[in-house]
Design a binder for this molecule. Sequence first.
Ligand SMILES: NC(=O)c1ccc[n+]([C@@H]2O[C@H](COP(=O)([O-])OP(=O)(O)OC[C@H]3O[C@@H](n4cnc5c(N)ncnc54)[C@H](OP(=O)(O)O)[C@@H]3O)[C@@H](O)[C@H]2O)c1
Length: 298
Amino acid sequence: MPYLNRDGHMTDISVIGLGAMGSALARAQIAAGRSVTVWNRSAEKAAPLVAEGAIAATTASEAISASPVTITCVKSHPQTIGILRNAGNVLPGKTIIELSTGGATEAEELSQFLEGAGAEWMFGIINAYPHMIGNEDAVLSVVGTEEQWVANSPIIKAMGGGSVHVGDQAGMLAALFAGLFTVRQGFMWGMIYGAPACKKAGISMQAFSDLVPISMGMMKPYYDYFAATVPEASYDNPPAKMQTYAAALEDVLASFEALGARDELPRLFVEMANKGMAAGYEDQALTAVIEVLARERS
Ligand SMILES: NC(=O)c1ccc[n+]([C@@H]2O[C@H](COP(=O)([O-])OP(=O)(O)OC[C@H]3O[C@@H](n4cnc5c(N)ncnc54)[C@H](OP(=O)(O)O)[C@@H]3O)[C@@H](O)[C@H]2O)c1
C-alpha cells in the first residue's frame, strides 16, 4: 500500500532543501511536468513553489514517502544524513538523488547509510548557478549505477540538459571536483605567478593583463592535445615533444630566478617535465607525465 501524504497525494518527485539551488531544482521538475512535493527546514521557503503547483510536506519523512524519488540539496552530506536519519523508516525502496556538495568520505558514509536502509542512490555535482538550472547546456556530473542512470536520467536532464554519468562510486565526485578545480585554479595561479615576474622586469600590469587573452588563445590547442593523447594513453608523434617543453620550461625558470621572482610554480613544471624525461618519455607528448604521476604513491 503506497503511503499517501496528508492531502492524499502521491507525487512523481520530492525535493528536500529549498535554498537558492533546491528551489531552482524543484522549479525545473515542475517545468518538466512532474508533480512535486517539497520540504525545507524553514517552512516559509516552500510558499513560492506551492504557488507554482508544488505540494508542501510538513516533515522530511512525509516528503520522502510521497514520491519514489527524492532530490536532496542542503548544505552538505552531513546535513543530508541528519535529515534522513531523523526521517524514520521511510527509505526502503526509495531513490535518493543527493545534489548537496560534499567530500568523498561523507559521500561514502551517506551511500552506505542509504544502502543499509534499503534505498538506492545517485550523487551529483551541479556545474551551474541556480538561474541556469533547466537549461539545455547546464551540466550535472552524476555517479550511481548504470541502472540508476538509465532510470533517473530524464529527471536529471530536466535540471541540466548536458548532464553526464561519470561512474558508480559515491566518493568519485569529490575527486572530479578537485581535479577540475585544479585545472581552472592552474590558470588563476599562472596569472598570479606570472604577474610579479613581469612587474619586476618593469612591464606594466596593463600590458600583461592585455596580453593574457592572446596567450590564452593557445588554451584550445592545449586542450585538443590533452584530449587527443590522454584518454587513449597515446603519446606518440606529438606536435611538440616533452624535451622541447622541458627546455622552454628551464628557460622560464631561469628568467624567474634572474628576476628574483617567486619561482615555485615554474620550478614544479621543470621538476615534473624532468620526471617524464627520466621515465623515458622525452620524445613523446608532455601529457605522458600523467602516466608517471598516476603510478606514484604519496
Ligand atoms: N547556489 C549555487 O550556485 C550552487 C551551485 C552548485 C552547487 N550548489 C550546492 O547546492 C547546495 C545548496 O546550496 P544553496 O545555494 O541552495 O544554499 P542556500 O541557499 O544557503 O540553502 C541551503 C539549504 O540547506 C538547508 N540546510 C542547511 N543546513 C541544514 C540542516 N542542518 N538541516 C536541514 N536543512 C539544512 C537550508 O535550510 P534553511 O532554509 O532552513 O536554512 C537551505 O534549504 C550546496 O551543497 C551547494 O554547494 C549550489
